[in-house]
Design a binder for this molecule. Structure first.
Ligand code: PA5
Length: 451
């Protein structure tokens, strides 16, 4: 059942229904180009049918590997960056106990992440922890050549081999990469690692429903079949009405693009649950890498309320008026906690006694939305019922489709990321990588001229 709703009541002070409706025909065309694979980047549309096409054999293999890791390891390190990292982290953190690492009895391995930065202290600290715990790892890189995960993998492979011997290490390494290209594929073949393939036609940031996201999520103890099922339900729901703005994808894509054309060039994704922090990070990557090109695109930002109401709240209320908010609102909590009554009402909170914390949070959410609208910030609301595998599967598919449609409205290719190469080229030139001799000369000269 689909509970996800998009509510645009709080944009009506800024844009009209008529303006939103002007996108109706265009969005219909974009849906068709996505389904018929005729638009820009059409060789990267594998994610569209993924929820229906994923085989039982693949899910069985992932679950079997997860069960094996559960026996072997207390910690599971997921090495990857960007789309080979954020989806898994988003789902795991959303579903996990907020203090999972401190719970004394953990049934499933705790998932840690590496290769998403080049912090020397981060990696050295990680090795301290891995010295003292049994662990296994997944190295995830579609290209198999990305520097950050390659560095982390080299360190951890070395560490594993010292700790468990070469064969023991191979048993604890799973590689998720291209079916034939890249250094990681060659190494995996040589060392006999258990491997999974990232489908050719699925780009990194659209790969959460492939082994890239599914294996870490399964190792963390969550139900990947329900996640896939949620995505499948959302796919059917979206496909059941590709012509009207009752379709939540169409409504969200149209509304954010009308706002963008009116000068609101930053979209702030808001959550009210700390566990959703990485879901916002994943959304930022999905939309930022997909839309931000050719000097166009809505800048995706994120805040966690109410924490950030005491930092970014000031800017949102009264700063430059080029922003709109999209609140990811969660109807129901998994736990129940009420505010206690105390005899001496020193903190003057007895008016809240007996009421649920979530009621306070919900009123903070409503009060904030009203205040921000009064301050000139339009507010889109996306509501889900609760944070579980099924709802997250629905949400992932919803955002992926909304991102693809929005990219087409902007007339960019939402499935490439050419701009990511610029920093890599400079870094390789500065580090003296073989093959970058010309770039090294150029960058040194440029820096000298700038002195
Ligand atoms: O979405 C993308 O394609 C990127 O963010 C990639 O996932 C990221 O750059 C990592 O690439 P790879 O998986 O090839 O190591």
């Amino acid at each position: 059942m689909i509970n996800l709703k998009v509510n645009i009541d709080k944009v009506s002070d800024f844009i009209s229904e008529k303006e939103i409706n002007t996108f109706q025909n265009e969005i219909q065309t974009h849906f068709q180009s996505i389904i018929n694979k005729t638009g820009k980047g059409n060789d990267f549309l594998g994610w569209v049918d993924l929820p229906n096409e994923i085989s039982d054999d693949l899910l069985n293999k992932i679950e079997a590997d997860a069960a094996k890791i559960k026996k072997l390891a207390k910690l599971f390190v997921v090495i990857g960056i960007g789309g080979s990292y954020l989806g898994a982290r988003a789902v795991i953190e959303a579903l996990s106990h907020n203090f999972n690492s401190l719970l004394p009895e953990k049934e499933f391995p705790q998932v840690l992440f590496a290769g998403q930065n080049i912090g020397e202290d981060y990696l050295a600290d990680l090795l301290d922890v891995l010295d003292k715990n049994d662990y296994a790892l997944a190295v995830i890189s579609k290209s198999g050549t990305t520097t950050e995960p390659a560095i982390a993998f080299r360190l951890l492979k070395n560490h594993l081999e010292k700790k468990y011997g070469k064969n023991g290490a191979s048993e604890r390494i799973i590689a998720i990469t291209d079916k034939e290209k890249g250094a990681l594929k060659q190494l995996s073949d040589k060392e006999n690692y258990s491997t999974y393939i990232v489908p050719d036609d699925v780009g990194g940031r659209y790969s959460v429903l492939t082994p890239v996201g599914l294996l870490p999520v399964a190792v963390a103890g969550f139900n990947i079949r329900k996640l896939i099922n949620g995505a499948k339900e959302m796919r059917e729901f979206i496909f059941s009405d590709l012509t009207s703005l009752n379709n939540p994808v169409a409504l969200y894509a149209a509304t954010r693009n009308v706002l963008y054309r009116k000068g609101m060039t930053t979209e702030i994704m808001v959550n009210y649950q700390p566990a959703l922090f990485y879901l916002t990070e994943w959304w930022k990557q999905l939309f930022g890498e997909s839309e931000g090109k050719e000097n166009k695109g809505i800048f995706p930002a994120g805040v966690s309320f109410t924490s950030d109401l005491h930092s970014m709240g000031q800017y949102i209320q009264e700063g430059l008026r080029n922003i709109f908010e999209t609140v990811l609102s969660v109807e129901n909590q998994k736990r129940t906690l009420k505010i206690p009554k105390v005899d001496e009402d020193m903190d003057k909170l007895n008016y809240l006694a007996g009421r649920r914390i979530n009621e306070v949070n919900k009123n903070a959410e409503l009060g904030t939305a009203l205040a921000h609208v009064d301050g000139g910030v339009p507010n889109i609301k996306i509501t889900i019922d609760k944070v579980d595998e099924e709802n997250l599967g629905q949400l992932v598919y919803f955002y992926e489709m909304a991102c693809a449609v929005s990219g087409y409205i902007l007339d960019v290719n939402p499935f490439d990321q050419p701009g990511v190469e610029a920093y890599k080229k400079n870094m390789f030139a500065l580090l003296g990588k073989q093959g970058f001799e010309k770039e090294t000369k150029e960058i040194l000269l440029k820096m000298k001229n700038n002195e």
